[in-house]
Design a protein around this ligand. Structure first.
Ligand code: FES
Length: 377
């Protein structure tokens, strides 16, 4: 049986803390400490080396937590040196790294902290084997006092007082993770979600085209569309004819341009009158029998583009929402509760299709400030 003396001491004249703990454990808890031995001699080279390893893990934990904070506040450096972080920016390739970097840094920080604690427990704390008989009932006050002394003893045996490097190293994850825990809620208070106001504007806003109305173009991003390009019952996906209008930067802008049959178009024209948001359009939003609706499903944002000519239904493949085009893209089946926004069309001076302006309501799923709309509206 090996036993150590423990490093915790009383006032220097009486028994050491370890002796008090051991005696108390034996008399009050029927616990016999049969083996107690530090893994390394205190102050030895091996102990110092292990202390440095544990400290390094804590410092790496703190460093990666600080990197999390820096990435959260300043990533991406789009307009460096004028920092413009705090948010994902559509179409910005660097922005794609934002969330993965946050996850990686926080994961590494917690991982290093866990590894540090594990290594400390496995390599720096003394080995102890204690045996105890089972007994029933609660503890008396003397035992509770003993427990307090035991906890103090354990605190001393952690060795923070003897290992100041560990104490300093522990401050790193404490500071870093503390800052990481703070920066997210504080950031949410500081950050203005409407700057830039990306939810309310798409590539069809003339502001994205130097104040000029935006033409509808094909997926190559440049070929403008004439009404006669679409046959009756046909449909094509159209993009805003602006730089990068067919790229991810304007992923909220694609519309499905449909040429309805004459009687269906007449029915839609009637139904549009009853749809209040169209009061915002300068002119009637259809060009002949042509109509354009946002392709972004109002349920969860999937592209809704399976158009069935016979029934005039537009189907979203993600969760099977169906929108009835002749009733102004009203959701008639599935989880979507809002209509697809209509893009108001007109012909420009050269006979190409263009948007009168932006959508009257934000595209895609609902968010706090999006005007709500009843399913039966
Ligand atoms: S995203 Fe279209 S139905 Fe869910």
């Amino acid at each position: 049986m090996s036993t150590g003396t423990g490093t915790g001491t009383g006032n220097g004249t009486g028994p050491t803390r370890f002796e008090v703990v051991r005696q108390g454990a034996r008399e009050h808890d029927d616990v016999e400490i049969v083996h107690y031995e530090p893994q390394y001699p205190p102050g030895s080279k091996a102990e110092k080396r292990m202390t440095r390893i544990v400290s390094l893990m804590f410092m790496l934990s703190g460093l990666t937590a600080i990197l999390f904070v820096l990435a959260y506040v300043w990533w991406p450096f789009t307009d460096w040196p004028s920092v413009d972080g705090w948010q994902y920016q559509p179409g910005n390739t660097a922005s794609k790294g934002f969330t993965p970097i946050l996850g990686l840094m926080l994961g590494l920080s917690l991982g290093f902290l866990g590894l540090g604690i594990l290594t400390w427990g496995k390599k720096l704390l003394p080995h102890e084997i204690a045996l105890q008989d089972r007994h029933d009932g609660g503890s008396d006050p003397a035992e509770r006092a003993l427990t307090g002394t035991t906890l103090q003893f354990i605190g001393e045996e952690l060795g923070l007082a003897r290992r100041p490097l560990l104490k300093v190293a522990l401050a790193a994850p404490a500071a870093g993770l503390g800052a990481a825990a703070l920066v997210v809620p504080v950031g949410m208070l500081i950050k203005d979600p409407h700057h830039p106001d990306v939810f309310f504007h798409t590539g069809w806003d003339p502001a994205a085209n130097g104040g000029k109305k935006v033409r509808l173009v094909r997926e190559d991003g440049v070929t403008a569309i004439r009404p006669e390009d679409i046959s009756v019952g046909g449909q094509i996906t159209a993009f805003p004819g602006i730089p990068e209008g067919n790229r991810n930067k304007h992923a909220d802008s694609p519309v499905l341009l449909i040429r309805l049959r004459q009687d269906d178009a007449a029915r839609l024209r009637e139904n549009i009158k009853a749809y209040p948001t169209n009061a915002k359009f300068e002119k009637h939003p259809m060009v002949g029998d042509l109509v354009a609706y946002s392709k972004i499903c109002t349920h969860a944002g999937c592209p809704a583009s399976l158009y069935e000519q016979e029934t005039n239904r537009l189907l979203c493949p993600c969760h099977q929402s169906q929108f009835l085009i002749t009733d102004n893209a009203k959701p008639i089946f599935g989880p979507a509760t809002q209509r697809l926004p209509m893009l108001p069309l007109e012909l420009d001076e050269e006979g190409f299709l263009a948007a009168q302006g932006d959508f009257a309501v934000p595209v895609g799923p609902a968010f706090w400030e999006k005007p709500s709309e009843r399913r039966d509206a």
